[in-house]
Design a protein around this ligand. Structure first.
Ligand code: DQA
Length: 144
């Protein structure tokens, strides 16, 4: 099984950006955690981060026929991007939406999620563990 973990804008700034909300772990540390977890649960993982909406759409399209599950934290594009929603719908790969923070308890604009409409589950407010939980969910689903 091959998973793709996609992070959107500003998630490369983890550890630096608003640490009271997103914590002090860096993006590089997150990547190490994701790779270690993939090894533990016996799946392959590819990691991708971009600050650009079109690049995120391209990456989702490239996953077609190659990837069995997508973990996606689209960052701020969660709340605005019909293009990312449409890309997830187009490839129809099982996807789990992850947010580090409790988006449902924050500003009103963060409570709208377009990508959620194309995801089989959403994990919010579990910090970085949410990514690992999403990987587990997709693996369980794949194993049937
Ligand atoms: C986020 C929440 C979004 O509202 C925000 O724009 C982010 C990160 C989260 O992981 O909690 O960039 O997706």
């Amino acid at each position: 099984m091959k998973l793709l973990v996609i992070n959107g804008p500003n998630l490369n700034m983890l550890g630096v950006r608003e640490p009271d909300i997103y914590g002090r772990t860096t993006y590089a540390d997150l990547c190490r955690q994701l790779e270690a977890h993939a090894k533990n649960i016996g799946v392959q993982v590819e990691l991708y981060q971009s600050n650009h909406e079109g690049d995120l759409v391209d990456k989702i399209q490239e996953a077609y026929g190659q990837i069995d599950g997508i973990v996606i934290n689209p960052g701020a594009y969660t709340h605005t991007s019909v293009a990312i929603l449409d890309a997830l719908k187009a490839v129809a790969i099982p996807a789990v939406e992850v947010h580090i923070s409790k988006v449902d308890k924050r500003e009103e604009f963060r409570q709208i999620s377009y990508v959620r409409l194309a995801c089989c589950a959403t994990i919010t407010g579990h910090g970085l563990d949410g990514y690992l939980e999403a990987m587990d969910l997709l693996r369980e689903r794949y194993e049937g």
